[in-house]
Design a protein around this ligand. Structure first.
Ligand code: SF4
Length: 238
């Protein structure tokens, strides 16, 4: 893959490229990855607005690109209904869910462990079972305090390329894309949410940090579930 940029380049490109240039760049990143990895290029679809944009971009590159969704028992009803609609339209999206027992209200006592069990481990399983060489995310560097240091292509786990094709997009540009290309989104956005997660851990929040409503009132506030920060390959996969 030929697009390699420094962290300084990333910062200048966020405001230096216009919307159309960013869309072209994202398509090019996905196209190059698809040419390199074929069906082992897999989209991680979170059912959020960013994933909806990335999934639509991927489908423009090739209808054959597969994907997976990690869901939890705590997803809001609207998200579960939206997931059913998305999967009915795109059966190539596989659903993963933990079958481990979790202590009651673990999300209050130890949200990191709750996310580890319900989100990170099923993501690892998806990557293993789908034989993923490169996974595609909807991560953006303007999304919050924890997302400023990423690159468009990364190899955090040896042999597993992470592609962040809309890393440079602003929140506004995601909505611009979804509106222009009439991509359906989770109805919770109409209620004022800007970043979606599990019901007990997600609030409506205003202000500059669009992830400020995630894990509000905990040390994890505005943070990460762990799929972008913890190892995703187990020893047996290396
Ligand atoms: S977002 Fe909350 S409920 Fe969902 S897995 Fe993480 S801690 Fe648990």
């Amino acid at each position: 893959m030929s697009i390699t940029v420094t962290q300084e380049d990333v910062k200048s490109l966020v405001d230096g490229l216009n919307f159309a240039e960013k869309v072209e760049r994202s398509l090019r990143l996905i196209r190059e990855a698809y040419e390199e990895f074929g069906s082992r290029l897999v989209v991680a679809h979170s059912l959020g607005k960013d994933s909806c944009a990335v999934w639509d971009l991927a489908k423009r590159v090739s209808a054959d690109i597969p994907g997976f969704i990690v869901t939890t028992p705590y997803k809001p009803r609207e998200t579960k209904e939206f997931m059913a609609q998305v999967v009915a339209r795109y059966p190539e999206l596989r659903i993963y869910q933990s079958d481990e027992e979790t202590p009651e209200r673990l999300y209050e006592t130890d949200p990191d462990q709750c996310c580890e069990i319900l989100k990170v481990r099923p993501t690892r399983r998806a990557i293993e079972e789908m034989n993923v060489a490169s996974w595609v995310t909807g991560l953006r560097c303007t999304e919050g305090r924890t997302r400023t240091e990423f690159h468009e292509t990364e190899e955090r786990d040896k042999g597993l390329i992470k592609l962040n094709p809309i890393l440079l997009w602003h929140e506004r540009e995601v909505w611009q894309y979804l509106a222009l290309y009439q991509v359906p989104v989770n109805p919770l956005y109409a209620k004022g949410y800007r970043s979606l997660g599990c019901l007990p851990c997600t609030r409506i929040a205003n202000g500059p940090n669009e992830r400020a409503g995630r894990w509000l009132g905990t040390s994890k506030c505005g943070g990460e579930c762990g799929i972008h920060t913890r190892p995703l390959r187990t020893k047996s996969q290396k």
